[in-house]
Unconditional design. Structure first.
Length: 155
């Protein structure tokens, strides 16, 4: 209930500050476009400036106080709802045991002897020779592509 009232007061003060700031006479001509005090205002040429500036100051103070009050109320509410201050957490100090829930795995996998693994003989000389042949073919295709490019006629 108090937070609702504080929010309403805060919004009203903010809107009042906006309206009062727009109504005040500025040093330029823009203030008179929004109803700034001149000789035709109901308070006179100087009276409206004093009234509007005082009212604006009061509304600023109301806005400041209501904002601080809202911050205080919400900080107290968050503190009471925090997990650290919860009595439920403090009551349960028992730690459940999970040792009985860990499954045991029987090892039915046979062991492999390194002598049973077949070995692969790779002839490195044949591999090197095939790589060299492939490189030679690529070089020949690049040279033929360069030679096949027509010459650019000179102008």
């Amino acid at each position: 209930m108090t937070t609702t009232i504080l929010i309403i007061v805060n919004v009203f003060a903010a809107l009042a500050i906006i309206v009062l700031a727009l109504m005040q006479q500025s040093k330029g001509d823009m203030g008179s476009a929004f109803g700034g005090g001149g000789s035709q205002s109901m308070f006179g040429s100087r009276g409206s400036a004093n009234f509007l500036s005082r009212t604006t100051s009061i509304m600023c103070a109301v806005f400041f106080i209501s904002s601080l009050s809202l911050a205080y109320v919400y900080a107290k509410r968050a503190e009471s709802n925090s997990v650290v201050g919860s009595s439920v957490l403090q009551q349960s100090t028992e730690v459940p045991s999970i040792e009985s829930e860990i499954p045991t795995i029987e090892s039915d996998i046979p062991s492999i002897d390194s002598s049973e693994v077949p070995s692969i003989d790779v002839d490195t000389a044949e591999t090197v020779e095939s790589v060299e042949n492939a490189a030679a073919e690529i070089e020949q295709s690049i040279e033929s592509a360069i030679n096949d490019v027509p010459a650019v006629p000179e102008q």
